[in-house]
Write a protein that binds this ligand. Structure first.
Ligand code: S3P
Length: 428
């Protein structure tokens, strides 16, 4: 796909449902008694992988135009799958489902696409093994494909070396099947959608600072879940509005959970004209409309506790920093190396190809703002967030930007290019 410079992005966009919350609605609905009804579910490829896995585990899930219905069978209602589970490109599906499968009385094998087969799984297999789980990496490389032989589990207190909601959620879900309480302490608080939603389903789960503790054996009760819009998808329109001269964009119904809203804080520190309107609650999560206008930005330093709250937005923030005056430093973000692609390397290579001045570091990037950008050929490496980041960046760059593998946006935002096109005439 080819993108060129534009001016004056104007209009309203409603981003699709939150990916993290959509995944969890299927998983927790499957483990509940009764029918869970989910509205504004994200029908991206990752969440469809979660649906497919739970259908394969014997759960009836109706995919209706306006709602998803999950006919839960309770904590012990899953059945052995007839074939290997396919988690596609989804790290969330892969890691969270392992926590559930570890406590079943059957054996499961799972695998995903080429990217999933390179992503580190030791971060979950190690704590799960401490709980008594039997998990094997079938290629003996600590990655998928994995075999999970269900086993009796015991509760542990796990001190995680990484701030990862996928690790935390995996262990807490295994904790549902354990013989005593399970706690997870992380270095910084990661997104807390599992904690919020499991409490809604009736689980006794307490959070204190960076530690979450779950009591086993709870009965989960079906819920109605209204999924808020995904701030990670809104990020592209926030950046587009800030970068492209004379723009004014209203982004409706965006989840602003404090464990996810780091980009809003960073934009404000950079001097962005960004206003939160109509702050309210949906499905136990805070939501707002965001009004963003083109702004002069300054460089900032981003590191420490804020990193997990904007981890998926860092590619877009790195590109935005190229339009700021002065230097932006991103640090403590080594997790970027083990996402759908090595996002430190891919961002540095592609931004520099567009004329930016970016140095990749061990745990982030140093970006000298103010160098005018020009078009380039961008290899998305089939990473949805890289493709969307460069589709936006191209709108504020000279010449033509060609994005290879642009279709990978179907992972988290199938309608992305259409929504972007509504704000600009330059997308073809
Ligand atoms: C997610 C957590 C994050 C994030 C991913 C979704 C989740 O990963 O990058 O896109 O839904 O729990 P980590 O928790 O591993 O950082």
């Amino acid at each position: 796909m080819i993108f060129t410079r534009t001016t004056a992005l104007k209009g309203t966009v409603t981003v699709p449902g939150d990916k993290s919350i959509s995944h969890r609605s299927i998983m927790f609905g499957a483990l509940s008694n009764g029918t869970t009804r989910v509205t504004n579910f994200l029908k991206g490829a990752d969440c469809l992988s979660t649906i497919d896995c739970f259908r394969n585990l014997g759960i009836q899930i109706d995919d209706n135009p306006d709602e998803i219905l999950i006919h839960g069978k309770g904590l012990h209602g899953l059945s052995a799958p007839k074939r290997m589970l396919d988690t596609g490109n989804s790290g969330t599906t892969t890691r969270l489902i392992c926590g559930i499968l570890a406590g079943q009385d059957f054996t499961t094998e799972l695998n995903g696409d080429a990217s999933i087969q390179t992503r580190p799984m030791k971060r979950i297999t190690e704590p799960l093994s401490q709980m008594g789980a039997h998990i094997t990496s079938l290629k003996n490389n600590d990655c998928a494909p994995l075999r999970i032989e269900g086993a009796p589990l015991h509760g542990i207190h796990y001190v995680s070396p990484v701030a990862s909601a996928q690790v935390k959620s995996c262990i807490l879900l295994a904790g549902l099947y354990a013989d005593c309480p399970t706690s997870v302490t992380e270095p910084y608080l990661s997104r807390n959608h599992s904690e919020i939603m499991l409490r809604h389903f009736g689980v006794d789960l307490k959070s204190k600072g960076v530690t979450a503790t779950i009591q086993p054996g709870a009965e989960l009760f079906a819920q109605d879940i209204q999924v808020p819009g995904d701030i990670s998808s809104a990020a592209y329109f926030i950046a587009a509005g800030l970068m492209v001269p004379d723009s004014e964009i209203l982004i409706r119904n965006v989840g602003i959970n404090p464990t996810r809203n780091g980009m809003l804080k960073v934009c404000q520190d950079m001097g962005a004209d960004l206003t939160l309107l109509n702050v309210r609650e949906a499905g136990g999560e805070p939501v707002a409309d965001l009004l963003v206008r083109h702004s002069s930005l300054r460089g900032v330093t981003i590191g420490g506790a804020i990193i997990p709250t904007l981890i998926d937005e860092l590619p877009m923030i790195a590109a935005l920093a190229c339009f700021a005056e002065g230097t932006t430093i991103i640090k403590d973000a080594q997790e970027l190396k083990v996402k759908e692609s090595n996002r430190i390397e891919v961002m540095a290579v592609n931004l520099n190809a567009m004329g930016a001045c970016v140095t990749a570091t061990e745990d982030g990037m140093i970006i000298e703002g103010g160098h005018p950008l020009h078009g380039a050929v961008i290899d998305s490496r089939l990473d949805h967030r890289i493709a969307m980041t460069f589709a936006v960046t191209a709108l504020a760059a000279d010449g033509e930007t060609r994005i290879q593998g642009a279709d990978c946006v179907r992972i988290s935002y199938p309608g992305f290019y259409k929504d972007l096109e509504k704000l600009t005439a330059n997308c073809c």
